[in-house]
Design a protein around this ligand. Sequence first.
Ligand SMILES: NC(=O)C1=CN([C@@H]2O[C@H](COP(=O)(O)OP(=O)(O)OC[C@H]3O[C@@H](n4cnc5c(N)ncnc54)[C@H](OP(=O)(O)O)[C@@H]3O)[C@@H](O)[C@H]2O)C=CC1
Ligand SMILES: CC(C)(CO)C(=O)C(=O)O
Length: 313
Amino acid sequence: MMTSHWILGPGAIGRLLAHSLSPLAAVTLIGRRALPGQQTLTTPEGERRGQRLNTLTVAQLGADAHEAPDFVHITTKAMAAEAALESIASVIPPSTPLVLWQNGFLAQPRITQSWPGPVLCATTTQGAYLTGDGNVVHAGRGPTFMGDLNNQHDALAEALAQSLSQAGFSATAVNDIRSRLWQKLAVNAAINPLVALHRVRNGELRDPAYAGRVEAVVQEVAAIMQAEGVPSPSGGHDEEAWQALVWQVVQNTANNKASMLQDVEAKRPTERGAILGPLIESAQHHGLPCEVLQTLDAEIAALEASYLNAARH
Ligand SMILES: NC(=O)C1=CN([C@@H]2O[C@H](COP(=O)(O)OP(=O)(O)OC[C@H]3O[C@@H](n4cnc5c(N)ncnc54)[C@H](OP(=O)(O)O)[C@@H]3O)[C@@H](O)[C@H]2O)C=CC1
Ligand SMILES: CC(C)(CO)C(=O)C(=O)O
């Protein structure tokens, strides 16, 4: 029998996943609002591929009887993940495996604690963005890693990683997903808020006008990582290893508009709560300095408020 996947949150990552899995599995793409069933994916090589996807709204899902899915992927932004799960929780068995695709470390520990079934977390370096209700652009390929925070579901993570890889969405099961999520969050904290505040591409952070502030963020982050027991990807625990990692990513993504800058430009809420939030909370818990992170968080909060409040009036 075909594996069945529900994908909740039909955005860039959700649709990329749906396009990838649909030829090999039974996929249902679920959103708050109706989406056309005819969907297009533009590949990294620029080829447009049309595909019919099974799209449903949360309301439609509640109205009809459905067979229980093998996996529910939650592909909303971090701050929407819990509400999205809540909106479908009554129509799936509590033993259903969930897969969380969010950046940061907000939804993952909370849902792992509250959901009775297995909760896998994925961290992906795939890049995708939407160009309308019927199109997603797959901007760049990259690996995906997955596992659960307590390493209790290794076989399940392995099976899912294999299915995704067969679908051309290269994925690997790992037993250190917590460290990988924090490592990504460390890099995101050093890059995303500053480029969003100054509306610059990642590479411009090397400018002396910003470089000192990047280093001040990394200094706080390195101490927090040490307290959390998270080594840098090179294995080093010292601040130098984290500084080197961040500057390497700045260089590799010099021409990128980071996700937080894209959110600010589109006047959407940012993922600051999932990226800066856990760092500040951890610093406070361990009695470590976090003034630089707190100032950044307050600045992004003020920026968000300036356009979100304006939109409400
Ligand atoms: N895009 C990328 O390249 C990458 C993204 N990520 C991470 O993946 C996550 C998703 O990002 P991305 O796909 O870019 O985000 P998008 O904003 O493109 O997609 C989020 C989707 O979630 C939907 N949504 C919000 N609330 C609900 C709800 N209650 N029920 C159902 N659907 C809901 C939104 O629908 P609506 O239109 O109704 O608001 C939207 O379709 C983020 O945490 C991001 O950081 C990680 C790596 C790369
Ligand atoms: C690493 C970085 C900052 C690359 O742009 C990223 O992951 C993001 O944009 O969120």
